[in-house]
Design a protein around this ligand. Sequence first.
Ligand code: ADP
Ligand code: MG
Length: 287
Amino acid sequence: MSIEVRHLTHTYGEGSAISTVALDDVSFAIEPGEFIGIVGHTGSGKSTLVQHLNGLLKPTSGQVLVDGQDLNGEGVNRRALRQRIGLVFQYPEYQLFEETVAKDIAFGPKNQGLSSEEIDRRVRKAMDSVHLDYAKYAEQSPFELSGGQMRRVAIAGVLAMEPEVLILDEPTAGLDPRGRDRILSMLEELRAKDHTTILMVSHSMEDMARLATRLLVISEGKLVADGSPREVFARRDLMTSIGLDIPESAKLCAALRAAGYDLPADLYRPEELKEQLLRLWKEASAC
Ligand code: ADP
Ligand code: MG
């Protein structure tokens, strides 16, 4: 499945005294298998953007094309498309409501009219994907779980629809480091095993450095950078000017370069920085 965003503009409250241009002429295309990170300051338009990708919001102007078809065009089955493009909202655990974990995850597949065997298969698979033991948790109330577990139940509810594209709006927000790491490793596995295309909105540049194959940088509703994490994190001035950070490894590398150390300009991952520092250390001890 391919998604193309063409000249997308979205204005909230158009024509009223309090209208806000949340997205301004945004264009990009998503290829299958990518892990796209969407970064930007609070209020830059990230949530507005992702809600256009599965048709929850309609463009004020511009288009979202799915496999070449205008998502908001005549005769398009938006409900079917929403199943193929799964969206996990911010704080999705607030939307849990069933009395057991299994029932909550089964809600989407049930609405799709699938057989009970297929629903059961999907619930088990989705729970496995988010690392929740079926025997232990299926019959528990979601409200008895920890915050991180509740969030994983909510994500499993979207995975149970078996989407080809999974979009997550700040999936690690408010979790402790352990809860955060569980979500990130789960996403890594999902992409490796099921080849799911993933788009993730996040504030954490460390998370992006670990996972993203490509970054979209949004500022005041405009797409100001679109490239590999290596390219984007090397543009430190741009990132700083729009109030964004770069990964700690990239910062440390820049500081060492400024102090005269012979390091590549575009390092941003802890492992590659470590490798380069070991090289320098070996060279120094050989002298
Ligand atoms: P982000 O997710 O990057 O924080 P949003 O997409 O939520 O940004 O918001 C972009 C802009 O649109 C902000 O100025 C925000 O105040 C405004 N906005 C978001 N949702 C609404 C809404 N439902 N009604 C009016 N304005 C909104
Ligand atoms: Mg948001």
